[in-house]
Design a protein around this ligand. Structure first.
Ligand code: SF4
Length: 329
């Protein structure tokens, strides 16, 4: 199959099968840029299915760059509540301000300038250039990696290295419809070349695919080491009020409201007879003991949250998970 046919095959498939996602709506250039920016921030670390309702209500509440730049940070965080990784929301607001102050309210068309904006790194800058500015980039996300690993049946450590995958990306060639093309490749990964049970019979790349020919679909991943860490969360409840603090101590959940916590060793964790929960963070498995205390505790700069009014507060899902556990104790 001549390589030049690849973009045509992929785009034909995309035109017939793409999902109707709210950030893909046909709209003005300014709106397209804004929709791309918001959706790309939300899609960092979060799945499309989860992002859709958040994106829709976020755009309703902050319909353009100006409204986001001017908004009170707490209101922006409230609209982000439940999506997690709140630094994305803070950075998105900072980026909106910077775009208005330094870039005339437009997304720069240059990789380095984009990367100078808060919260925009290698991947997001390339996504923005491809999707919002129709530049010939194919950002390498998990979907694109998986397709390449299967097309070329890449298994060994060297074969699946970043350098080799970047080289192999030339398989896709380029298209004048760069924006659609980048999204089309990712869409094939999301809808057809799924991690488990790929739907090869619906795939436009079936004739090019070594994994299909060999009936070997297993994906080798670079071992992401998820460290196990142990903590105790101290729940102080006095007269129906919970004591919480703003996290300045740990690098995760920075500046967010959490129960007072300490890192402990495995031994202490094992010996405790209190309720234990597991929480997965991006690069860490947290094992947490919940210590309940019904006594008054005073901690400088702490917050007292009324039990009957908890939904009024912006709480990270991490803290909500502990509240949820408490309701079952
Ligand atoms: S043929 Fe199957 S394994 Fe190969 S790229 Fe398509 S969906 Fe993935």
């Amino acid at each position: 199959m001549p390589e030049l046919n690849i973009p045509n095959k992929i785009l034909k498939w995309y035109d017939n099968n793409k999902r109707n996602l709210p950030w893909r709506k046909k709209t003005s250039t300014k709106n397209r840029e804004y929709f791309t920016l918001v959706s790309e921030f939300m899609l960092q670390q979060t799945q499309v299915k989860t992002v859709i309702p958040y994106f829709e209500s976020f755009i309703k509440n902050f319909p353009n760059l100006k409204s986001l730049a001017k908004a009170n940070e707490q209101r922006v965080l409230k609209n982000w509540e439940g999506l997690g990784y709140y630094s994305r929301a803070r950075n998105l607001k900072k980026t909106a301000i910077k775009l208005l102050e330094e870039f005339n309210g437009s997304l720069p068309k240059d990789l380095e300038k984009l990367k100078s904006l808060p919260g925009i790194g290698e991947y997001t800058s390339r996504s923005i250039l491809a999707i919002a500015h129709n530049q010939p980039y194919i950002p390498m996300d998990g979907n694109v990696e998986r397709i390449l690993k299967r097309i070329f049946l890449l298994k060994t450590k060297n074969e699946i290295s970043k350098e080799n995958l970047t080289k192999k990306k030339s398989f896709f060639n380029t298209s004048k419809r760069s924006s659609d093309y980048a999204q089309a490749i990712m869409e094939i990964g999301a809808l057809v070349c799924k991690p488990i049970l790929p739907s090869c019979n619906f795939c436009p790349l079936i004739q090019n695919c070594k994994a299909y020919k060999n009936k070997n679909f297993l994906i080798q991943s670079k071992n992401k080491i998820n460290k196990i860490k142990y903590f105790e969360a101290n729940v102080y409840k006095h007269k129906n009020k919970y004591l919480l603090i703003k996290n300045k101590k740990f690098n995760f959940l920075k500046n967010l409201v959490i129960f007072p916590m300490n890192e402990i060793n495995k031994e202490k964790f094992k010996l405790s007879i209190n309720k234990k929960i597991n929480v997965k963070m991006s690069n860490m498995n947290m094992k947490i003991i919940i210590n309940k205390n019904n006594k008054k505790k005073i901690i400088k700069d702490s917050l007292l949250l009324d039990e009957s009014n908890l939904n009024k507060y912006i709480l990270p899902s991490f803290t909500k998970k502990i509240f949820n556990t408490l309701s079952h104790l």
